[in-house]
Design a protein. Structure first.
Length: 271
């Protein structure tokens, strides 16, 4: 499911770029919905959509609208996007759980996002782990950052390649505006995906264009990770989700293979 080159790259750097993984017409639809919903107050959004943080008390934090697959099929297609799932299935050893889907808009006024993730006191949490063994790469917490716009050099996603397996704390002086070789600013086009382990130290530089940056962050964990309340399907809105997505949102034991996984594997020729 992953090529040898992808395994090598992901193991070395902690992320992969999936070029043109999302069809143009879906990108356009998501941009339209992003602009519509980001033009609304939380109270006007179709339920169960809501902002991750209170936009009134933190007006310069990039606003993130969550639960979007409940409101439009385009996000349901994105969650099951075959290129993204090909990688997510390989990295979770065919045991994925969809955690959240966040539609984010950054403007020139938005704050940048300092480095986070990576080294945390030398202890690698099972909830955010990375390993490579027996010819496989494995990560328990993944983020597929889907860009809906072209991102020019100097802005957008940055990371410290290799920091997902670092054993020493990042020096305080290393920041998101540093350059290579320590910091990589990954430039993408609309429809590209940066799929990274959350164990990678990452952040985002300030947006510099008049036209807002729009992105979708689709987060997956292993199916047997039991996260805090707030994850899992929202039962009162279950009727808005197809069975595949509902199942993908559920916790399942390590031994249980989800039906949606079997279906995807059969389609992709994996096992
Ligand atoms: O905006 C970005 O590219 C980075 C987002 C980020 O840091 C995150 O989702 O944790």
């Amino acid at each position: 499911m992953l090529t040898d080159e992808e395994k090598w790259f992901f193991d070395l750097h902690g992320y992969l770029v999936l070029k043109q993984a999302v069809p143009e017409k879906d990108v356009k639809r998501m941009v339209g919905l992003c602009d519509t919903w980001h033009g609304m107050e939380d109270s006007e959004l179709p339920a169960p959509l809501r902002s991750y943080r209170d936009v009134n008390t933190k007006p310069t934090t990039p606003r993130s609208i969550n639960n979007v697959p409940y409101a439009d099929e385009v996000f349901q297609r994105l969650v099951l996007n075959r290129e993204i799932m090909r990688v997510v299935l390989a990295l979770t050893d065919n045991s994925p759980q969809l955690l959240s889907v966040a539609l984010v808009r950054n403007t020139k006024e938005s704050d940048d996002i300092p480095f986070h993730g990576g080294f945390s006191g030398g202890i690698r949490s099972p909830a955010n782990d990375y390993q490579a063994a027996n010819g496989k790469v494995f990560a328990t917490f993944l983020n597929a950052g889907v860009s809906l716009v072209d991102v020019p050099a100097g802005t957008g996603f940055v990371c410290i390649p290799g920091s997902h397996k670092s054993n020493f704390p990042k020096p305080d002086g290393v920041n998101i505006y540093d350059g290579p070789p320590t910091v990589a600013n990954v430039n993408v086009k609309a429809g590209d995906v940066v799929l990274f382990t959350e164990a990678l130290c990452h952040g985002a530089r300030r947006w510099t264009l008049d036209e807002p940056r729009r992105s979708v962050f689709v987060r997956y964990s292993t199916s047997y990770a039991s996260w805090s309340p707030g994850y899992g399907p929202i039962e009162e809105h279950r009727d808005k989700l197809p069975d595949d997505i509902y199942e993908l949102l559920q916790i399942a034991s390590l031994q249980h293979r989800k039906r949606v996984v079997n279906r995807l594997l059969a389609e992709m020729g994996g096992q």
